[in-house]
Design a protein around this ligand. Sequence first.
Ligand code: DER
Length: 223
Amino acid sequence: VNQDQLKQAVALAALDHIKPHLEQDSIIGIGTGSTANFFIDALAAIKNQFDGAVASSEASADRLKSHSIPVYDLNTVSSLEFYIDGADESNRQLQLIKGGGAALTREKIVAAVAKSFVCIADESKLVDVLGTFPLPVEVIPMARSYAAREIVKLGGDPQYREGVVTDNGNVILDVWNLSITNPRELEAKLNNITGVVTNGIFALRPADILLLGTQEGVKTITA
Ligand code: DER
C-alpha cells in the first residue's frame, strides 16, 4: 500500500468518524495539505448531510468551493464540533508539528475553536520525539532576523523559507536541529519571541484523536 493509499484510507476513516455526529446545520473545520485534500474530496460525497466548512487556508477553501461546499468565515461561527487536519509529525501524546504547508496560523486558530481535533496521517508521521521534521515558525517580515537570533539561543538552526508568503502576509522560518523533548515548554517559549506569530508545535492544544494509516490498516490513537 503506497503513501497516497494510506492518506486516502485515513481520510475515509475520518469521514466515518464524524458522519454519525453530523446534522443539517453542522459546519466542519478543515485543514490543509495533501491528506486534508483527500478528506475534502471524500467529504463531497456527503455534502447534503451538513451545512458547510471553515477552511484553514485559501487553498483548502478553493478546493471546498470546487465541490460546491459552502465556506464560512470563522467569525460567523460560534463553535465547531470537529477540526480535521494532517500533520508533519505526531508523538504518542498527539502533540504535533505542523506548518509544512505554511498554513499553521489559520490551522491553529481553527483547531483552537474546535471541540475535537481529529488528526489524519500516514504512519511515516508518527515519531517518538518531535523535531526531525524542521519546525515551521511564522514571523512578521520585519522581525525575521531578530526572531532567528532568538531561536538560535533556544538551540535551533532557523532557515528562511525563501519565496513563501503566508495567507496572512508573513514569512516562515524552518527550524532544524531541535529535539523537542518538552513540546509544551518550547511552544510557549517560541510564542513569547516578539515578532513570532505562530509556531508549528501543537502541544498546548494537541490533537484529540489520531487516525493513523498503516500497512495493517487504520489505527485509532488517543493520548
Ligand atoms: O502544513 C500542514 O500543517 C499540513 O497539515 C501538513 O502538516 C500535512 O501535510 P500532508 O498531509 O501533505 O503531509
